[in-house]
Design a binder for this molecule. Structure first.
Ligand SMILES: Nc1ncnc2c1ncn2[C@@H]1O[C@H](COP(=O)(O)OP(=O)(O)OP(=O)(O)O)[C@@H](O)[C@H]1O
Length: 493
C-alpha cells in the first residue's frame, strides 16, 4: 500500500521546486506499489553525499521508499511531461515509467532529483507497462557509476530494488526499480514540450527555472539577454560532455532530444556501451540501422539536438523572429569549435602533452587511423602507451607504428615538463578499466540468473578507480574471447 509516512531517520529532506511550477509541466502521481521489494544494490557513498543513512535505507521502510511502496514525508511525487525527437521524429512523451519523488537537499546545500525508474504506469505510458526489467536497471547502475568515476557528468544510481513481480518483454523477466539521482531531469525535450503545447509565458518560466537551478551565475549577473546566455552555456556544457564521451570511447546509443539533459549530465543508459576496437562507425543499438547514433556521429548529433533546443528558445531571444534566429545561429556556430577544443585538449592529455604544437592534430589522427586499420582496442592502446609498454599494443610490430612512436616520444621530450609529469598526466587521463560489455554481461547474468551479486560487486569496485592502473585491474583489461561479444542479452528496457 502506498502511504504517507515520515521517515526522518533516513535523512530525506525534500524541497520540490519542480512541483511548484504550473501543473502543465507534470502530472502529480504516486508510484504504483510492487509485491515484494528487496534491496539488491545500494550506493553507500552516494547515500552519504545525499545526507541519507544507509541502515535506514536498508530497513523495511527504507526499501519500501526505494520501491515506491512508501512515500517519505516531504516528497511530492510526479511524472514529468516532455517531448522529444526520437531517431529524428518528433513525439509527445513524458515519464512513462518513472516518478520524481522530489528534490533532496543535501547537507552541503546541493539539490538533487530523486527519481524512481520502473515505478509503474503514468498518463504518459502510452502502450507501455510502466515497468523496468532487472538486467537493464543493473546495467544503468553499473555504467552510470563507472561514468561518474571516470569524471564524466552523469545522472547517478542510488539503489536497485527487485520487485518480486515479473514483467513481459520478449520473455518473462524479473522486474526492478532503479533510484536515479540527477542534477535535474529537465531535458531538451522538456523545452520542446512547452514550446509546442505551452504558452510563451510558460516557456519563460521554464527557462528562468533552469537558469536559477543550473546556471545561477547567469541569473546573478543580470545579463542583458539571459536566454541567449542560457543557450550558449548549454551548448558549452554539451560540447564538453560529448568530447568526454569521445575521449573514453563511450557510445550513448540513443541520443534523442529527450535524452539530452539541460544540466549537461549524461542521461538514459539504454543501448549504450564502450567501444572496444576503434572504429567511428561503431553502433550498439540494434534498432539504429542507419548509424545515426554511431560513435563518430555523436558530436554531429549533439549539434543537431542543440539546434532543436535553440528553436524552442526563439520567442525568448528576441521579439523579432529574424533577429532571434540570427542570435541562435550565432550561438550554435560556436558548438563545433567548442567541441574540437575540448576534444583536442583531452587527446593531448591522453598523450601526455601539456603544451600545444601545430602538428599535434596530425599526430593524433595518425594514431587513430592506425587503430582503425588494425582494429586495435581503443582503451588498451592508450593504456599500453601510458604504461610505456608499446609491445602490449595491438599496433606493435608495424613500421608505421614504430615511426609514429618515435615522433610521439620526440614530441613529449620537447616539453619543459619532466617525463614523469607527462606519465602522470597520461595515467590520470587514460583509464585502465572501462565497463567492457562482456564483463558487464557476466555480472548481470550472475545477478539475474543466479542471484549472485558477488561478480557485480567486484566489477563495481574495480570500476570505481579507473585510473588506478592497479595489478588487480589487469584481468579487467582483457577483451572478450568471443569477437562479436555476448552483448545484447540484457540490453534494451
Ligand atoms: N515500459 C515502459 N512503460 C511506459 N513507458 C515507457 C516504458 N519504457 C519506456 N517508456 C517511455 O518511452 C519513452 C522513451 O523511452 P526511453 O527508453 O528513452 O526512456 P527511459 O529509459 O524509460 O527513461 P529515461 O530517458 O528517463 O532514462 C520515455 O518517455 C519512457 O518513459
Amino acid at each position: 500500500m502506498t502511504d504517507n509516512h515520515t521517515t526522518p531517520e533516513a535523512g530525506w529532506n525534500f524541497d520540490n521546486s519542480y512541483a511548484r511550477l504550473s501543473p502543465s509541466f507534470y502530472t502529480a502521481l504516486n508510484p504504483t506499489p510492487v509485491r515484494s521489494p528487496k534491496l539488491v544494490l545500494l550506493n553507500e557513498s552516494l547515500a552519504a553525499t545525499l545526507g541519507l543513512r544507509v541502515e535506514s535505507l536498508q530497513s523495511k521502510d527504507g526499501v519500501a521508499v526505494l520501491a515506491g511502496n512508501l512515500i517519505p514525508g516531504g516528497a511530492m511525487p510526479l511524472a514529468q511531461a516532455y517531448a522529444g525527437h526520437q531517431f529524428g521524429h518528433f513525439n509527445r512523451l513524458g515519464d512513462g515509467r518513472a516518478i520524481l519523488l522530489g528534490e533532496q537537499l543535501t547537507p552541503q546545500g546541493e539539490r538533487f532529483d530523486i527519481q524512481l525508474k520502473g515505478s509503474g504506469p503514468t498518463p504518459y505510458s502510452r502502450r507501455g507497462d510502466g515497468r523496468a526489467a532487472m538486467g537493464p536497471m543493473l546495467r544503468e547502475y553499473i555504467i552510470s557509476e563507472a561514468m561518474h568515476a571516470l569524471g564524466i557528468a552523469t545522472t547517478r544510481s542510488l539503489a536497485v530494488v527487485s520487485t518480486g513481480e515479473s514483467i513481459f518483454r520478449e520473455t518473462e523477466l524479473p522486474g526492478a526499480v532503479l533510484t536515479r539521482v540527477a542534477a535535474s531531469h529537465v531535458r531538451v525535450g522538456t523545452f520542446q514540450y512547452i514550446a509546442q503545447w505551452g504558452t510563451d509565458e510558460e516557456l519563460r518560466t521554464l527557462a528562468d527555472y533552469v537558469l536559477q537551478r543550473h546556471y545561477p551565475e547567469i541569473d546573478a549577473a543580470g545579463e542583458e539577454n539571459r536566454y541567449l546566455q542560457l543557450l550558449k552555456e548549454v551548448i558549452k556544457r554539451q560540447a564538453a560532455l560529448i568530447a568526454q564521451w569521445q575521449l573514453v570511447g563511450f557510445i550513448h546509443g540513443v541520443m534523442n532530444t529527450d535524452n539530452m539533459a539541460i544540466s549537461g549530465e549524461t542521461i538514459d543508459y539504454g543501448p549504450c556501451a564502450f567501444m572496444d576496437a576503434y572504429d567511428p562507425a561503431t553502433v550498439f543499438s540494434s534498432i539504429d540501422t542507419q548509424g545515426r547514433y554511431a560513435y563518430g556521429n555523436q558530436p554531429y548529433i549533439g549539434g543537431w539536438n542543440l539546434t532543436r533546443f535553440a528553436e524552442t528558445l526563439l520567442p525568448l531571444l528576441h521579439d523579432d523572429e529574424e533577429q532571434a534566429i540570427k542570435l541562435a545561429e550565432g550561438a550554435l556556430a560556436d558548438y563545433e569549435a567548442l567541441f574540437q577544443r575540448e576534444w583536442l585538449a583531452g587527446m593531448r592529455a591522453k598523450l601526455g602533452l601539456f603544451n600545444e604544437e601545430s602538428e599535434d592534430e596530425a599526430l593524433i589522427e595518425t594514431l587513430l587511423d592506425m587503430m582503425k586499420k588494425n582494429r586495435a582496442d581503443y582503451t588498451n592502446t592508450f593504456r599500453a602507451l601510458t604504461l610505456n609498454k608499446p609491445e602490449e599494443s595491438a599496433l606493435f610490430g608495424s613500421p608505421e607504428f614504430a615511426s609514429w612512436h618515435q615522433l610521439w616520444q620526440a614530441r613529449v621530450g620537447r616539453q619543459k615538463e619532466p617525463l614523469t609529469a607527462s606519465q602522470e598526466l597520461m595515467r590520470s587521463s587514460n583509464p585502465a578499466v572501462i565497463p567492457r560489455n562482456h564483463r558487464v554481461e557476466e555480472a548481470l547474468e550472475a545477478a539475474v540468473e543466479r542471484d549472485d551479486y558477488s561478480v557485480m560487486e567486484r566489477l563495481l569496485a574495480v570500476l570505481a578507480t579507473p585510473f588506478a592502473h592497479a595489478p588487480d585491474q589487469v584481468e579487467y583489461c582483457a577483451l572478450s574471447s568471443d569477437a562479436a561479444g555476448p552483448y545484447r542479452t540484457f540490453c534494451g528496457t
